[in-house]
Design a protein. Sequence first.
Length: 981
Amino acid sequence: MSEFSPGQRWISDGEAELGLGTVLNCDFRTVTVLFSASQETRTYSVRQPPLTRVAFGSGDRIQSAEGWQMIVDDSKEIDGLIVYIGEDDQGQIHELPEARLADTMQFDQARDRLLTGQVDRNDWFDLRFRTLHHHHRIEQNPALGLAGPKIDLIPHQLYIADEVASRHAPRVLLADEVGLGKTIEAGLILHRLLLTGRAERALILVPDSLTHQWLVELLRRFALDVTLLDEHQSQAQAETNPFESGQLILASQQWLFANPHRQTQAQACDWDLLIVDEAHHLDWTPEHSGPGYACVERLAATTAGVLLLTATPEQMGMESHFARLRLLDPDRYQSLERFKTEEQGYVRVAEAIDALERLSGDNRSNSDDRDCIGAVIDDSDSQALLDTLLDSESGPPQRESAKAQLREQLLDRHGTGRVMFRNSRRHVGGFPERHLHLTTLELPSPYRRVLRRLARDEDYLDELLIETGLDHPEVILHLDTMYRALADDPLNAEPWWQFDPRVTWLLELLTDVGHDKVLVIAHHRDTAAGLAEGLRVLGGVHAPLFHEGMTLVERDRAAAAFADEEEGCQVMICSEIGSEGRNFQFCRHLVMFDLPLHPDQLEQRIGRLDRIGQQHAIELYIATFEDSPGARLLRWYDEGMDAFSAPHGVGSELYDAFGDVLADALLDTNGLDEIIEETRALFATKLAERDAGRNRLLELNACRHDRAEEVAQAIHELDDDPALPRYLDQALDIFGVDSQELGSDLMLLQPSPQMLDGLPGLVKGEEGFTATLLRSRALARDDVQRLSWEHPLLREMMGRILSGTMGNTALALLKHPAIPPGRVMVELVFRTYCPAPKRLHINRFLPPTAIRVLLDESGANLSDKVSFSGLSKNLQKVKKAVARDLIKTRHDRLRELLSVGETEAERELPSIVEAAQFRMRNSLNAELARLQALSRHNPAVREDELQALQDERTTLDTAIENTRLRLDAVRVIVTVDKDSR
Ligand SMILES: Nc1ncnc2c1ncn2[C@@H]1O[C@H](COP(=O)(O)OP(=O)(O)OP(=O)(O)O)[C@@H](O)[C@H]1O
């Protein structure tokens, strides 16, 4: 029969912080335990569950659910449940069934182990104390979760990650321009949420072509173990919901969006965070939602945190941009019209911020600027700041501070940045130049024939649209596609690449650039495939293909063949959609074999190379046929909007304005000059608007440099922490990991035969891994892991020590000339214990805090006189059997000393609690005030955010108030004769 009965109280061996658990139910296979204090329920297999039954003995103090306490005198068992009998503080006798014990009670596992003679190694005790100390520091560090990833510290990314990850249930659109690191930002946010306990489960949906890239980035840069789910794997788990097969699930959008059954399974899971990459593909109109949009909409409705990523939020038009914002906050984004009106209001705010910048020193009397600011602010605290700024009595520091605060308030309260973050290259800076190389080729006669017939015969266009599956006017841009579509025509028997001069032009180009790598992008995958064949047949050049028709493995293999520096191919040919989001910044030559119709798509293409990490100027090559639709489109791009020199972010609006007329002008030159001229004029206007209005606000909001600098500083401090290498050495040694210096700041970590099992990345009998503590060294090499306090190995070692019993008892000998032999001392380490739901991340205010108490045999407190390390280095180890005997002989005195120690430690608790309350209130009150002020102006603050923050403050308050102390570890020290051995 099972040893479990409903109502019994147990604690988790591995997660003691969950508090006292109650058995809810059990059968012959599993037992389910509710940990009320932390609002967690766990189900364990009944075979060797990591649980310990809680049973108190005579003399133990216990607490009832109502809060009163009693000392246990006796106990009895009724139907498998214990009933304790004892006396409360008023001398009244009570019977307390275990079911009515307080959920927040703590346990002195160390005490029980010591008194039953179980002692660990002395160095384990040392490590335990140090672990508590470092854990305490790190959990409160403002850079927690951002310091571990293997990334360069780039301010706009750090700002976004810090801002977003500190929110309750962040729901934002990450819309930095192409290649500025949205994946990295999403990774940082996820990493921080996971490390702080604010998220445990995430679903990441990315285009098919990017699954592997995401998997690798999350593993290499963030050390996150992600499960890549596909149909094959899902079928292998037919019995269960495949989305439950890991905490972090990565899946292809194409696969999920086309599969209603899998969508139902994904929706049946509890996710804390949903990440959707390349979100501009989620199509929506007021009349109809595409399957991708509908799927994400359903998932987003039941998931607290949502990150949508797109470099081109407006590529599909304003409506569809609005639709994506609607996914994030359906209450706020109900009306497209209202949204448009609000957007217009941002111009005034941006002007006010500019006026504020000017308003300093002697310029304070400028009444236009004052009026401009005054027209925007409409609350007393902002007005007070403006008054301080204008007051002639204010000193320069006061004015500077008022100006900075007012700027923040204007951005916060009136900007758009709460839901959308968009950094542009202009703002971030440091990107390479772009050089455009244009070639005009003669139009080959088969193409000329097709174009002539198009001009003559209107039905011919319809025929082409049906045959190619392309839309108008896209179809007329791709002459080779039209030619292929008419393969039945006997005149079209020859493969297009045989006569298309772009093929030989490309072959010559490959020779001209020497050994440099060249990326070719063509719109259609059949063009890419034909071109690869043409290069092979006509030039003997092997060019791997990369398009949406290939399997993932084939695509990744092609990308790897291209990336390989030594033996890789010189050229790779991609289709448009197939290559979106991919990283090819190791290459600087981009050939656009044709041109895409939409400016955002053009920017996506260039963005494959023009990304963070690109070391060179970008060389762009385009060949067009004289007097062809492609040549006309090129003129529109180049002359109408400078599309090749740098991204400007207004292409989408220009396309909306001129797309239709341009379509007509592509076949017929008449009117093109005029369109270009008008485009150019609107381009200038849009640039000015961009700089004045919404985009300017977005940019100002997307990176607040002071805050980014603070985060970077906090990360630097953790990077340079001198305690880390010392701690690492000690921990590796104790856990049985061999560490070998390799020079150049690298080390090889390998499992020794004695290694404790289950350490991440290390398996006995297998190779280990190369690592470094230096960020720069790690960044320079893909195969080197970066060790930090956040590395899974360190976290696992620290976690195991803190949640297990390892090193919580020890006995050591002390030879000291001034202390007679045979005396006993106890070194007690108490730890604060404060059960609260994990998502509150209570550790930022009150991480487990150690209180050390050193008592001599008489019970005198020596803690202040003798430090931990001072004592530790003079101690000697002793055999376990001897230790057990020594403890047995001093049993009663040890019990007494434990009680004295508890009283001593309790004295320190109130000040710890008070300080934590203070920190918590300071932080949450400020955040709440900010949010409340914001919500009065900025509808982007969700009502549930405010409520959640208020609830969080109340729950944290109660949890901190209920902080208790628990004996975490105890070391008995016995003095010996200085001459003894
Ligand atoms: N902080 C960083 N440290 C090191 N590498 C970075 C950093 N930020 C970005 N990168 C690299 O720059 C490239 C672009 O980053 P990422 O893929 O995140 O950009 P993106 O904005 O998602 O691009 P796209 O718009 O094409 O989807 C990637 O190769 C990425 O690894």
